[in-house]
Design a protein around this ligand. Structure first.
Ligand SMILES: [Mn+2]
Length: 362
């Protein structure tokens, strides 16, 4: 079937309204659409904004814009934005115009993951996170917790509407899904794999390789080294304390790296970034409920949430003095051990002091 370019699915041809039809139908009277996501937008949120913007522009001919909440700092994510030539308006500058609506992707309202104020005209929430948000009064909600990526859900809308997917968009969506499906056990559904299969022939593979292999600054390696030197094993848990994160998403990169260690099932990295402690957790077992576990561990100290095997959180630090950070660390350590039913024990270093000193001398 040839791809259609205008007004599909809105003319009552379909007997049962598909989700993409309902999504588009509710937008027919708006003047423009602004996309919002969570802090430090990741490839899944960026790709989702790209896909829905394309859907709206092709089907309804309405203007759209993307926003970013905080900085995009991970090298691969910056490369994605640069190479795909995307413009993201800082969320604090994105006041809604008359007749404009907002669509939230890859996140839910009031989960503590954004700086969006409550008074924006939120039309839709499209997400896949376990962490529940406040969805009351949102006209269109499509939250599917079983999905690996929001980009897969967005791709299914484009497939339903039979819209041509240009190479840049296919690349963005594919990268968004790929980054969410990394790790083992995979957090993926048949819909995720179907979307990957659909997008692969359409994506620009050279562009994809440039994004995946984005060049890294020296601070990246310094941080990894320091994080490895302060990694401690407690039974099936490893905790890595990063003193200074050059950018907040490095905590997730450290956790992703450590979760492959054969002796453990859980990896947590906690690092200081500006006046916050950034947390990232990974599990190598099924039904880990990592999002809920981290939420419980963090409690009232801050915010946390995520998926079954991947979770993240933030704790505002009253002070970044060494003693204040150490105090927060020991509290977190205690809570983590408690939540994972590990007896209080002295942590064993991943790399022994002796090894570290010997390496310095050689
Ligand atoms: Mn996501």
């Amino acid at each position: 079937m040839a791809p259609r370019s205008a007004e599909p699915g809105l003319n009552g041809k379909h007997t049962t309204a598909r989700r993409s039809d309902r999504f588009l139908h509710g937008l027919k009277d708006v003047t423009s659409v602004t996309f919002v996501s969570h802090v430090h937008p990741d490839p899944d949120s960026i790709g989702s904004m790209m896909g829905l913007a394309h859907l709206i522009e092709v089907c309804l001919g309405k203007p759209t814009r993307f926003t970013r909440d905080g900085l995009i700092s991970r090298a691969e994510n910056r490369a994605m934005v640069d190479l795909l030539d995307l413009e993201l308006v800082p969320i604090e500058e994105a006041a809604a115009a008359e007749g404009e609506v907002f669509v939230m992707v890859d996140s839910q309202p009031n989960t503590g993951r954004h700086n969006l104020t409550g008074d924006v005209p939120l039309y839709a929430v499209i997400d896949h996170h376990d962490t529940p948000g406040d969805l009351d009064g949102v006209p269109f909600v499509d939250v599917r917790r079983s999905l690996g990526a929001t980009c897969s859900l967005v791709t299914s809308y484009l497939m339903e509407q039979n819209i041509a997917v240009p190479p840049d968009l296919a690349t963005g969506l594919l990268y968004g899904i790929e980054t969410e499906l990394s790790g083992y056990p995979r957090e993926a559904s048949p819909l995720d794999d179907g979307a990957l299969l659909y997008l692969y022939p359409l994506a620009d593979k050279d562009l994809l390789a440039r994004i995946r292999n984005a060049r890294l600054p020296q601070s990246h390696f310094e941080c990894i080294l320091q994080a490895l030197q302060s990694s401690f094993i407690y039974d099936r848990l490893i905790i890595s304390w990063a003193n200074d994160l050059p950018q907040p998403e490095l905590a997730a990169e450290v956790a992703d790296f450590l979760i492959r260690f054969e002796e453990i099932d859980w990896a947590v990295c906690a690092g200081v970034c500006e006046d916050k402690l950034i947390l990232s957790a990974r599990a190598a077992v099924e039904d880990a409920r990592a999002g809920e576990l981290l939420k419980q561990v963090v409690g009232k100290l801050g915010r946390a949430g995520g998926h079954d095997r991947r979770a993240g959180g933030t704790i505002p630090l009253p002070s970044t003095s060494a003693s204040a950070v150490e105090q927060m660390r020991s509290e977190l350590r205690r809570r983590l051990l408690d939540a994972l039913h590990i007896d209080e024990c002295r942590g064993q270093r991943l790399v022994s002091r002796r090894e570290m000193l010997q390496n310095l001398q050689s």
